[in-house]
Ligand binder design. Structure first.
Ligand code: S3P
Length: 428
């Protein structure tokens, strides 16, 4: 696909609903009693995979173009699926669903696409096994396909070596089906949507610092959930606004949960002009509008406890760094290697293609900003939605023509991404 260059961006847009929140609302709605209504649900392929997995387990889910009705059957209402549950490309579906499947009285299996079959599941298999779960990797390589047999679960206190909301959520969900309390401690607090939303559904869940504990066997009750716009999707427009020579754009209805908003901290530290307007709370999550204006950017350092709050935004922050003055160092981000693609490789290879001075490291990368040397390139998406969107934004700021392979992979999290970006471009 040919990508567009722009010198002026104007207008307002609302990005689609939050992916993490959309997944959780369907899952928790399915194991709650009554009909959970979700508005602004993300109609991306990943969230549709979650819907279809629960439909296969007997849950009626109506999808009226982003307005979702999940007819929950309570904690013990799921039924045995015919055949493997297909999570597609979705790591969140795979890992959270595993926590639920581990506690079911029926056997099941879960599988996904080629990328899912390479993503590490040992990080959930080990603690689930400690809880008594009968779960295994069918090919013995610690990856999907995974199989589950009925088992009696016991709550554990688990100290996770990685700050991962997917691991944390998996174990908390298994904990709903266990005897005794389950608690998870992580090295740094990862996104806390599970804690917030499970509490709203009626679970007895307590978070203190980086430890969260849940009591088993709650009576979960249906909720009305309005998903805020996804800050991970807003990040591409924030970057586009900052990089375009003449830009002023308003991104409306963006979720700014502090466990997710590291992209704002870093973009501002780089000199980005981003105003937070109209701050409010929607379905227990902080939400605002963001006004973004053209900015002169400089390099920065990204690492430590901030990483989990911006892990999905590192590819687009790396693009910003290539256009900034001076060096940007990204460290403590080895998790990038196990995302939809190895994002240290996919990001740095694409940056090199456009003439950026970048050195990949074991846990991140070093980028020496050199905006004058950047040039047109044929990018590769590596079938990774976030890589495709990051380099579509890079192309916007590069004067020469650029292309990207397999551009349609953006359907995973943002089906209308290219149209929404084109809608802001002003032609002079
Ligand atoms: C997610 C958690 C993150 C993130 C992913 C969505 C979630 O993964 O990268 O896109 O919804 O829980 P990890 O928690 O494994 O870092």
């Amino acid at each position: 696909m040919e990508l567009q260059h722009a010198t002026q961006l104007r207008g307002a847009l609302a990005v689609p609903g939050d992916k993490s929140i959309s997944h959780r609302a369907v899952m928790f709605g399915a194991i709650a009693e009554g009909t959970t209504e979700i508005t602004n649900f993300l109609q991306g392929a990943d969230c549709l995979s979650t819907i279809s997995c629960f439909q296969k387990m007997g849950i009626s889910i109506e999808n009226q173009s982003g307005h979702i009705f999940v007819k929950g059957k309570g904690l013990h209402g799921l039924t045995s699926p015919a055949g493997a549950l297909d999570v597609g490309n979705s790591g969140t579906t795979a890992r959270l669903l595993s926590g639920i499947l581990a506690g079911q009285p029926f056997a099941s299996s879960l599988d996904g696409d080629a990328s899912i079959r390479t993503r590490p599941m040992k990080r959930i298999l080990d603690p689930l096994t400690s809880m008594g779960a009968k779960v295994s990797s069918a090919n013995g390589n610690g990856c999907a396909p995974l199989t589950f047999l009925p088992a009696k679960l016991l709550g554990i206190s688990y100290s996770s070596p990685v700050a991962s909301a997917q691991v944390k959520s998996c174990l908390l969900l298994a904990g709903l089906y266990a005897d005794g309390e389950t608690s998870v401690t992580e090295p740094t607090l990862s996104r806390n949507h599970t804690e917030l939303m499970l509490a709203a559904f009626g679970a007895n869940i307590r978070a203190r610092g980086t430890t969260v504990s849940v009591q088993p066997n709650p009576r979960l009750m249906s909720q009305k959930i309005q998903a805020p716009g996804d800050i991970s999707s807003a990040a591409y427009f924030i970057a586009a606004g900052l990089l375009t020579p003449d830009a002023e754009i308003l991104i409306q209805n963006v979720g700014v949960n502090p466990t997710r908003d590291g992209v704002l901290t870093v973009a501002r530290a780089m000199g980005g002009r981003i105003q937070t307007l109209n701050m409010r709370t929607v379905s227990g999550e902080p939400v605002c509008d963001l006004l973004v204006q053209t900015s002169q950017l400089h390099g920065t350092s990204i690492g430590g406890d901030l990483i989990p709050a911006l892990i999905d935004e590192i590819p687009i922050l790396a693009v910003l760094a290539a256009f900034a003055e001076g060096a940007t160092v990204i460290r403590d981000a080895a998790e990038l290697k196990v995302k939809e693609s190895n994002r240290i490789v996919s990001t740095t290879e694409n940056l090199k293609r456009m003439g950026a001075d970048v050195i990949p490291t074991d846990d991140g990368m070093v980028i020496n900003g050199n905006p004058d040397k950047l040039h047109g390139a044929d990018f590769e998406s590596y079938f990774d939605h976030r890589i495709a969107m990051s380099f579509a934004v890079a192309a916007l700021a590069i004067k020469d023509p650029c292309t990207i392979s397999d551009a349609s992979c953006v359907t995973i999290s943002y089906p209308t991404f290219y149209q929404d970006l084109a809608g802001l471009i002003t032609r002079r």
